[in-house]
Design a protein around this ligand. Structure first.
Ligand SMILES: *[C@@H]1O[C@H](CO)[C@@H](O)[C@H](O)[C@H]1NC(C)=O
Ligand SMILES: *[C@@H]1O[C@H](CO)[C@@H](O)[C@H](O)[C@H]1NC(C)=O
Ligand SMILES: *[C@@H]1O[C@H](CO)[C@@H](O)[C@H](O)[C@H]1NC(C)=O
Ligand SMILES: *[C@@H]1O[C@H](CO)[C@@H](O)[C@H](O)[C@H]1NC(C)=O
Ligand SMILES: *[C@@H]1O[C@H](CO)[C@@H](O)[C@H](O)[C@H]1NC(C)=O
Ligand SMILES: *[C@@H]1O[C@H](CO)[C@@H](O)[C@H](O)[C@H]1NC(C)=O
Ligand SMILES: *[C@@H]1O[C@H](CO)[C@@H](O)[C@H](O)[C@H]1NC(C)=O
Ligand SMILES: *[C@@H]1O[C@H](CO)[C@@H](O)[C@H](O)[C@H]1NC(C)=O
Ligand SMILES: CC(=O)N[C@H]1CO[C@H](CO)[C@@H](O)[C@@H]1O
Length: 869
């Protein structure tokens, strides 16, 4: 080889254009193979055509300086013009060297067959040529190094790709240097499926034989061995090379699996494993849980211990390498018994009668499939639906409820709910706790009681006869007012509603109200008219009333109406009535009855009680009783009319001859009346006249009263013998006799029609045969100093001939039980005056006057006296 390089730099070669080219000029081969040294002659040389070449091939050429040419083992000597082309003059190369070129076509290649080990060495080509027009000879040389190996070389397998990756097409080349196209060798790949091998192509260029295999690797080609086999031209395998495929591929068969399974019970252990069947290069793991969020979890195993309800969901694991990734999903179902069992109540506030629904809500996996409803303190199940319905809930449904929910895993009990059914007050009763009957002024307690109420806060409304009253308490106490019937009702309310009690009637008894005395007719009443007095009562309960009429405070009559067919002056007075029932009584205000009448009781009154002595001045008064008062007076002396027209007749410095009988006549708008005459005697001596007069008067009066008494006693005896009366008689009774002999003390008859004012005096009319009696009554305010006059009421209209007498009280009252004495003055027709004193028999406790009560009472109030001489 060293010689080969020396040859390259031989002088004369360098710096000259070499017409010879051997390329490649470093050739390798192995024993037994052949070699073709490729040689070429350029067409032109310095733009000059060269022809008539001479070419000599040498093995192991050496430059002989002395010869200025090369020497060596000549392998070929030929020229374009000579027909004697020489080859292989050396026996070593005999028959093994062949010139395969053609000088005419400038091809100067040489082939050596059946190479032997010692064929190794330098080969050189020497060219001679005639250049240019002058055809001067020029020479060129080109060497070639040939190496002959003992054994054939292994082919080279290579791929130009940096990495083999699945699905990416790849080219693998297997090559070997070889320089003998005449005996072609073969390079073939094996190791993949036949079909994929058919694509290989073998080329031979510039001494290099190569086979190219193109294929698309799959992940399964990883680690497969590609073999390139070199076969000689006769088909004998002479060497081979192998290559192991390193196919990069994405993870294959990524699988997410769960232990013990995808359906687990809460609390158990769950293990998720992400497995990859194969991958190149190795993978890393990425987890996505449920919401597909990435987790920093790089292990292929994920464990849940214990697993919870929240762990249900879709899981994904991804295995990833540089080539790609693969993933797998799994849905985990964590089962659990019902949870969050609770009861919803609708509506929130429950009133009696409402439609109420209790809903048992829960969540479970699998879903709740069975429900049970229970009521507190009741053992049995009361409902099996999800909802418990109360169509119209009642107060008794108030209780505590709970539900139980089941699924295939287990059960769970809700917390309790308490239903509080609200309702309006119940059993509202109104009671009256009072003794019966109720009378006006009683305290009446009404009690409005309530059975029950929910909510318990309540208030009360009260109604009286349909009208609301301002009272809001449970008890209502009032004072019974005069109303016959009042209807009370109470109402108890709470926020739900009001409930009213049954009405209760309160009947109140009360006494008469607005008692009024009514007189008919109104206005002035004339004597003799018809008069009616009515007692009116507006209201009373009970209405059965008792009436009492009073006249001047005295009991008059037991009837609501007083009828006076013919009114007399004695009926005059103030009347009132009283009405009463079992509860009470009331009286009216008085009504006045004033009867108009003509003068009555016309009599004369003398101004002195002393004896009239000559020269005295006296006056006479024409006293009378009239309504309206009398206003016309006429005076008479011995029936002769006098001048005087006033009520009082003045007699100044009277003379004896003015003695005589005086009387007066008076009238008002009703009638006229005349007084009885009064005898006036004017004496000379007062003492004598008085003594004679006393004796005379005493005798006469004694006789008169003796007669009267006798007659009276006889009559009383007759009466006493009458069994019907049964009255006890009183001896020594004093009666004043009246002229007409009316039945004064006749049985039950009322004394004097309408009673009489208290009066002193008697009626005496000597001309009459029958005797009338009158009772004497003293007015309460009887003055002892004065003479008191009274009209004596007679049962019949007063006669003209009534005689009046004066009973006079003595100046000094006597002691003891003897009441004041009275002087009895007889009228003038009696010639003799007789004096007597009246002595009370048995003092009476009460003032003695006549009232208009019953007979018995009037009899009791009569004062009797005996006449004492
Ligand atoms: C083929 O050639 C080789 C040498 O290259 C030789 O050893 C072999 O015997 C030959 N085989 C056949 C069948 O010709
Ligand atoms: C010798 O070489 C010449 C030129 O190449 C050729 O034409 C001729 O046929 C050759 N003769 C023999 C005997 O090979
Ligand atoms: C010369 O001839 C040989 C044999 O015929 C051939 O193989 C070779 O390719 C030729 N060379 C050139 C440069 O033509
Ligand atoms: C990959 O899958 C094949 C075929 O299914 C199997 O034989 C092999 O054991 C698996 N390899 C791994 C690591 O799972
Ligand atoms: C509810 O489940 C428990 C076990 O978790 C069981 O003992 C009980 O009997 C069940 N109750 C009902 C009402 O089924
Ligand atoms: C009212 O009536 C109720 C029921 O009858 C009773 O319980 C209560 O004591 C009464 N109240 C009064 C103050 O009487
Ligand atoms: C209250 O009660 C009365 C009588 O029962 C009834 O008519 C009325 O509708 C009730 N009101 C309410 C709000 O329930
Ligand atoms: C009361 O008066 C009425 C009519 O005025 C009469 O019918 C009745 O008898 C009277 N009763 C008495 C007790 O006088
Ligand atoms: C060196 C050598 O032997 N060259 C010969 C080649 O052939 C020609 C004739 O054909 C001879 O003249 C040379 O001497």
């Amino acid at each position: 080889m060293r010689s080969f390089f020396c040859l390259l730099f031989l002088p004369g070669i360098l710096g000259k254009e070499n017409m010879l080219t051997i390329a490649p000029n470093n050739l390798a081969a192995w024993e037994g193979s052949c070699i073709l040294i490729p040689c070429k002659i350029d067409e032109t040389y310095k733009s000059v055509r060269v022809d008539n070449f001479f070419l000599i091939w040498y093995f192991d050429p050496k430059y002989e300086d002395n010869l200025k040419d090369f020497t060596g083992i000549m392998l070929y000597n030929g020229s374009t013009i000579s027909e004697n082309n020489l080859t292989a003059t050396s026996p070593h190369f005999l028959d093994r060297v062949r010139f395969v070129g053609n000088l005419n076509s400038r091809n100067c290649s040489l082939k050596i067959s059946h190479l032997q080990k010692n064929d190794r060495g330098t080969y050189g080509a020497r060219l001679y040529g005639f250049v240019g027009i002058n055809r001067h000879l020029d020479m060129w040389f080109a060497p070639a190094a040939v190496n002959v190996n003992v054994s054939p070389p292994k082919p080279q397998i290579e791929s130009r790709m940096a990495q083999i990756r699945e699905q990416w097409p790849v080219t693998v080349t297997c090559w070997v240097f070889y320089h003998c196209p005449d005996e072609p060798i073969m390079l073939t790949f094996s190791g993949l499926e036949e079909s994929r091998m058919s694509s290989q192509k073998t080329t031979n260029r510039d001494g290099k034989v190569q086979t190219v295999l193109s294929f698309t690797p799959t992940w399964e080609d990883h680690r497969k061995t590609l073999t390139c086999t070199l076969k000689s031209h006769n088909g004998t395998e002479i060497s081979q090379s192998t290559m192991t495929l390193d196919v990069k591929y994405s993870p294959k068969r990524v699988k997410l699996s769960a232990m013990p399974g995808i359906t687990v019970r809460e609390g158990e252990k769950l293990s998720l494993a992400c497995t990859v069947n194969s991958s190149n290069p190795e993978v890393t793991y990425q987890w996505y849980w449920k919401d597909m969020r990435k987790y920093e979890w790089r292990s292929p195993i994920k464990e849940f211990e214990p697993v919870g309800e929240q762990d249900s969901g879709v899981y994904r694991c991804t295995a990833e390498n540089t080539v790609g990734s693969g993933s797998s999903e799994l849905t985990i179902n964590v089962q659990y018994p019902p949870k969050d069992v609770k009861i919803d109540v609708s509506p929130g506030r429950i009133k009696e009668g409402d439609n109420v629904v209790l809903r048992c809500s829960s969540r479970g996996n699998p879903a709740t499939n069975r429900h049970g409803w229970y009521k507190d303190r009741e053992s049995g199940i009361i409902g099996t639906d999800k909802e418990l319905h109360f169509e119209a809930i009642q107060a008794r449904d108030s209780s505590t409820y709970y539900c139980i929910a089941w699924n295939t895993i287990g059960n769970s009990t809700s917390s309790s709910v308490t239903l509080d059914v609200q309702y309006a007050p119940k059993n509202v009763q109104l009671t009256l706790n009072s003794r019966q009957p109720i009378t006006e002024g009683d305290t009446v307690p009404l009690n409005c009681s309530v059975g029950s109420s929910n909510p318990s806060h309540k208030w009360y409304n009260w109604y009286k006869s349909g009208k609301r009253i301002t009272h809001t308490q449970e008890l209502y106490t009032f004072t019974a007012s005069p109303e016959k019937v009042s209807i009370y009702k109470c109402e108890v309310c709470n926020v739900i509603n009001c409930t009213a009690s049954a009405p209760i009637s309160v009947r109140t008894l009360f006494g008469p109200k607005a008692v009024k005395a009514v007189r008919e007719p109104l206005g002035l009443i004339k004597e003799g008219s018809f008069v009616k007095l009515r007692c009116e009562v507006r209201e009373a309960n009970p209405q059965e009333l008792t009436y009492i009429w009073y006249k001047e405070g005295q009991h008059l009559q037991l009837n609501s109406t007083v009828t006076i067919p013919k009114v007399t002056p004695e009926h005059s007075g103030s009347y009132y009535c009283a009405a009463s029932n079992q509860v009470g009584s009331a009286q009216s205000s008085p009504v006045w009855l004033s009867v108009r009448y003509g003068p009555r009781n016309v009599h004369l009154l003398l101004s002195t009680q002393d004896a009239i002595i000559e020269g005295m001045s006296i006056s006479l008064r024409c006293d009378n009783d009239a309504f309206p008062p009398a206003d016309v007076y006429t005076w008479y002396w011995n029936k002769q009319r006098l001048q005087e027209t006033s009520k009082i007749l003045q007699l100044r410095k009277i003379q004896v001859d003015q003695s005589g009988s005086y009387h007066c006549k008076t009238s008002n708008s009703i009638s006229e009346q005349e007084s009885p005459p009064m005898g006036i005697t004017v004496s000379y001596s007062r003492a004598t006249v008085l003594k004679r007069a006393l004796i005379g008067l005493g005798s006469v009066l004694f006789a008169v009263f003796l007669l009267g008494l006798l007659s009276h006693v006889v009559q009383r005896w007759k009466k006493t013998l009458d069994p019907g009366t049964g009255r006890a008689r009183r001896s020594g009774s004093f009666f004043v006799k009246k002229a007409k002999g009316e039945k004064l003390c006749n049985g039950n008859n009322r004394l004097r029609e309408n009673g009489a004012d208290g009066s002193i005096g008697f009626l005496n009319q000597g001309a009459e045969t029958s005797i009338s009696y009158a009772a004497l009554r003293f007015p309460p305010s009887l003055s002892e100093e004065r003479t008191v006059y009274a009209s004596v009421k007679a049962p019949q209209p007063v006669d003209d001939a009534v005689i009046y007498s004066v009973v006079k009280k003595p100046q000094l009252p006597t002691k003891g039980d003897t009441k004041p004495d009275y002087e009895n003055v007889v009228n003038k027709s009696e010639e003799e005056l007789h004096y007597s004193s009246l002595v009370n028999l048995g003092p009476r406790p009460r003032p003695t006057y006549v009232d208009s009560e019953t007979d018995s009472e009037s009899e009791e109030s009569i004062q009797y006296a005996s006449l004492k001489h």
